[in-house]
Design a protein around this ligand. Structure first.
Ligand code: ATP
Ligand code: MG
Length: 432
């Protein structure tokens, strides 16, 4: 069994060595947050049987020395067993890395009581898996946990209609509500908010980009970006806003390739509504994913080069891994000499991401891909045709940022690494 020092554990959990000693001694009470954090450092969900609530203890009923005790009602009451409906959430037993991301998001939800969190990032970067792992770790702090995906089953189908989602949530959160389903949307929304006030619920809605029309921007004559939306978009955003700004003890987590623009104004570093940009995995995490697939050869530099080229995107790297096995006998250096040949599955993902950009947006993306470092707005400006006005350029940068194609703030733009590599290779292959 691996042993670890108190200091190392302190670094891993973010808890002081004093608090850790209290947890280990199991004689006096600690905050439930402390226990959640402690357990999650070992990848374990904190379950009801793992602790006792402060209010249940009186002088005659002292905790047994080996029973950690939680204090106070700072968190949702820990005395219930959560009712969990996972829907189509993936099994994340083989989940690697993301220690910092999990700790940050956990603090946002349990300590800072954020009501709405939007995880955004490009396709395949790991939003769904991160949210599933987080849900797994935090589930015992909530009475109801619901996971739903809004993604249509195929391109020929529509995303989950708003009314259907609302009925589904109410059926699960308040089975005895007596609602017939025929009530108007306003009544149902009020009822839902009432449920979130009464009991702590964690709701995860995956693939929110499905309710944003894919062809999001066109160039209008006045240089503004016009955005088309799926039916139900307005209602969904209004529900998200009401939950994000409401008074209740629950949390709604969304994942999306694109941040719904209507929600950005309500978010902020110290607000109940937060945006979290999901980045790539690190090389050691990717190596663990590869190890589950088979044997690969490469030195540290070659591994780093491979992971860096694809921006740590686990979906893309898993796709590359299959090709490396099938065509290069597991040799990473051999594959790297061919890496600019984008694999079909990756191309499809990139085409989804880039295929519907307007001509002006493509011009901005092309100019940015040539700048390997963040560039100033004036440098970018000098690489764009005069037909793109300054206002238009800023609008385009905002729209690229919302789609996770921009790594830095629009005032100092640069593209996220993998799409930039894709665009550079595409340009050099097609236009010499
Ligand atoms: N932390 C992780 N550990 C191991 N594998 C991971 C991890 N994160 C993601 N993956 C792998 O990468 C794949 C893509 O991740 P995920 O589905 O979460 O991406 P996404 O950002 O939700 O993509 P999309 O926008 O297409 O929905 C997963 O199917 C899984 O195989
Ligand atoms: Mg996903």
């Amino acid at each position: 069994m691996k042993t670890c020092t108190l200091e190392a554990l302190s670094e891993q959990t973010g808890l002081s060595t004093h608090t850790l000693s209290k947890v280990h001694a199991r004689r006096s009470g600690v905050d439930l947050r402390t226990l959640v954090r402690y357990f999650s450092a070992f990848g374990l969900p904190l379950e009801q049987g793992d602790y006792r609530s402060a209010e249940k203890v009186d002088t005659k009923d002292r905790p047994k020395p080996n029973t950690p005790l939680s204090e106070g009602p700072a968190l949702p009451s820990p005395t219930f067993t959560p009712a969990v409906s996972w829907g189509t959430a993936p099994d994340v037993a083989k989940f690697y890395g993301r220690v910092d991301e999990l700790a940050t998001l956990q603090a946002w939800i349990l300590e800072q009581r954020c009501r709405l969190i939007i995880l955004s990032g490009m396709g395949g970067i790991g939003k769904t898996w991160l949210s599933a792992k987080l849900t797994e770790q935090l589930q015992s702090a909530f009475k109801f946990v619901l996971w739903r995906s809004l993604r249509p089953i195929s391109k020929a189908h529509s995303p989950l209609p708003f009314d259907e989602l609302l009925d589904d949530l109410l059926r699960n959160l308040d089975p005895q509500s007596g609602l017939s389903g025929a009530e108007d949307i306003r009544t149902k929304i009020l009822w839902l908010i009432g449920c979130l006030q009464k009991t702590p619920c964690l709701i995860v809605l995956d693939n929110v980009e499905s309710i944003l029309k894919q062809a999001s921007s066109g160039d209008s004559a006045d240089g503004n970006i016009s955005i088309g939306y799926q039916a139900g978009y307005e209602a969904y955003c209004e529900l998200f806003r009401l939950i994000g700004q409401g008074r209740h003890q629950s949390c709604l987590m969304l994942t999306s390739r694109q941040v719904p623009q209507k929600l950005s104004p309500f978010s902020g570093e110290n607000r109940q509504v937060r945006l979290f940009s999901v980045g790539g995995l690190r090389t050691p995490d990717i190596q663990q994913i590869f190890a589950a697939k088979g044997c690969f050869q490469g030195n540290a530099d070659e591994w780093h080069h491979l992971v860096d080229y694809y921006g740590g995107n686990p979906f893309v790297l898993e796709t590359a891994a299959t090709t490396i096995q099938q065509f290069f006998g597991g040799s990473i250096p051999e594959f790297l000499t061919y890496k600019s040949l984008l694999l079909d599955d990756i191309r499809e993902l990139m085409d989804q991401q880039f295929g519907l950009l307007s001509e002006s947006e493509k011009a901005v993306v092309g100019a940015l891909a040539h700048q390997k470092m963040p560039c100033s707005l004036s440098t970018l400006r000098s690489h764009l045709p005069a037909s793109i006005t300054n206002t238009h350029m800023l609008g385009i940068l905002k729209s690229l940022k919302a789609r996770s194609l921009l790594a830095k703030a629009p005032t100092n733009p640069t593209m996220t690494s993998f799409p930039a590599n894709y665009v550079r290779d595409y340009i050099s292959q097609n236009f010499g």
